[in-house]
Design a protein. Structure first.
Length: 286
């Protein structure tokens, strides 16, 4: 179905950009709100309107949802360098959007969190995300909560590690994941825009152990298979030290990564993009 008026927040990020392309390919009318319009490469003027705004500043969002049917937000801190906290961005900025959506009578709000966020509220990144999820669920709007497994872009860490000739893993390396490409996730989100009040936990087509991922990364770079397994206590110690001696914006993403890497995170399989092919392409640029 064609959704005539969609507001997309976070369009310049990894997932946001894939979502923008998918929405425009399906001839949806999209308003993309961005801090820096120069970062948006898509020039499809027939279906795209770019509005400059900052989701952390509610005054810049006034009436931004007028005439909008669906809001999609991928807003969240990844590597943002401003002095902003997870509560500022992952919670409060999304609340600013939600308040505008409610005011303008938006029918459906789609929010992208992450897999098992509801089980890891003790992590700083999820504390903020799940606080917003609770607010969205009680807002009265139809909602979709998207919980993707790790993105292929996150798996790039293993490829960069492999460049040195070996990959370091905590524990046995048997923990399993099915990371997903941003393009596949975008397709899944756009395909379910008609579904109301649901949570979509989703991953890519291949379920892989950390050992498998390390081997794919090393092979893509034509390196011999050298995997070093570190004791799991060193992972826990790393998290404790980071919490004690660095700021939350530094330790937050690493705490998230190291916590989820310690256990299986397998979601419903979806898509046609494979991590092996992604690594081969990325390796050409390293």
């Amino acid at each position: 179905m064609k959704h005539t008026n969609i507001l997309l927040a976070g369009a310049t990020g990894y997932l946001g950009n894939n979502l923008l392309n998918e929405l425009l390919d399906n001839k949806n009318q999209v308003i993309a709100i961005v801090r820096n319009p120069d970062k948006l490469q898509n020039s499809n003027e027939d279906y795209l309107e770019i509005k400059q705004a900052e989701v952390t500043k509610p005054e810049t969002l006034r009436d931004i949802c007028k005439g909008i049917n669906t809001v999609i937000s991928t807003v969240g801190i990844t590597k943002q360098k401003d002095c902003l906290t997870y509560m500022d961005v992952d919670y409060r900025a999304n609340m600013n959007l939600l308040e505008e959506a409610k005011k303008s009578g938006v029918a459906h709000f789609v929010y992208v969190s992450a897999i098992n966020g509801d089980k890891h509220r003790d992590l700083k990144i999820f504390e903020a995300k799940e606080k917003f999820v609770a607010a969205l669920k009680s807002s009265g709007l139809n909602y979709t909560i998207v919980r993707p497994n790790g993105f292929f872009s996150d798996m790039g860490h293993f490829l960069h590690m492999a460049k040195s000739g070996r990959v370091f893993l905590f524990g046995s390396g048997h923990q399993k994941f099915n990371p997903i490409h941003g393009a596949d996730l975008a397709r899944a989100i756009v395909a379910t825009l008609d579904d109301d009040n649901k949570e979509l936990t989703i991953g890519g087509p291949d379920v892989l152990s950390l050992n498998d991922i390390a081997k794919l990364a090393l092979t893509a770079l034509n390196k011999p298979i050298k995997i070093v397994h570190l004791p799991d206590w060193s992972r826990k110690l790393t998290i404790r030290c980071l919490r004690s001696f660095t700021s939350v914006t530094t330790y937050g993403p690493i705490e998230f990564f190291l916590t989820l890497m310690a256990e299986d995170n397998i979601a419903s399989t979806y898509g046609q993009e494979h991590l092996k092919d992604f690594y081969i392409e990325e390796a050409k640029n390293l």
